[in-house]
Write a protein that binds this ligand. Sequence first.
Ligand code: ASP
Length: 338
Amino acid sequence: MRHTLLFTILFASFVPQMPATAADQKANVTRKWAIVLHGGAGAPPANATPQQLQARRDGLAAALTAGRTVLAAGGSSLDAVEATIRVLEDDPLFNAGHGAVFNSEGEHELDASIMDGSTLDGGGVAGVRTVKNPITLARRVMTETGHVLLAGPGAEAFATQQNVDRVPNASFSTELRRAEWEKVRAQEAAENALRQQPAKPWQIGTVGCVALDKAGNIAAGTSTGGRTNKKFGRVGDSPIISAGTYADNATCGISASGIGEQFIRHAAAAQISLLMQHREWSLQQAADYVLKQRLRPGDGGIIGLDRSGMIVWVFTTPGMYRAAADSSGRFDIRIGSE
Ligand code: ASP
């Protein structure tokens, strides 16, 4: 009897604490798991057809279902993030994996990262050209190398060692992305245009996911083709832990989309977590501050969740493709400014 009591007390002290936020307490919401994903900051073009919009919604719903299934079955947040992002990478409508944007050479260079909020371990790959699912290789960097970021030919060699799925570079291409590239190329005759101008809707879009599992662990991941017509070798924020991806069980998980250079300059994802930690701000307050006070209008957006499973999205673009689900029954798909 005494042993049982001792065990109960010890066990209770190791169970992850997931205090509800003030808003949740008021609404009496408790969550065992939660997941949020994005398919890029930016709004659909004004001339998008209802069928095109529905295809985006269906893609977001399929990815959300993949991650939600993992979490509801008691799987880890890392598995949920990887499963979700793989679905989005394989969907030609999103700028990651198949459907990635073209760089200035008319090819594809893919970036991705993943972070484990329970250990602060992270892994990323930059500029990979033949890896079908860069998020999976990023996870292997985290678990198999002791490093955080592998780039270019080294990352490709590691992919060979790890035996992950490979495809020819041209198989990432879609006609839609080629048309966008040609349009952007025509408009970017000026040398510095990409750096100086605010984001255009067709230049942004990326995928990402943040999940909280039943054990209280947060994971975050991001995967992208980068920005249309980017210079050969350019690396954005998505493969960089602290810039485009961050996760810490003590605070939150974040995945970003937008002008990567801006998210790198401001260590945007980590800055949100640090504001929560050191100023005791809520995720909403911290994300609003970084997106609206530190970054420029139109730079992009983030999705995130805190350790109570409270989901937040903030964007200063005209819209963001995003979706969320949690153990209270939420299943929410949004595009544009909805
Ligand atoms: N952040 C990505 C990059 O700069 C692009 C995007 O989110 O659309 O590479």
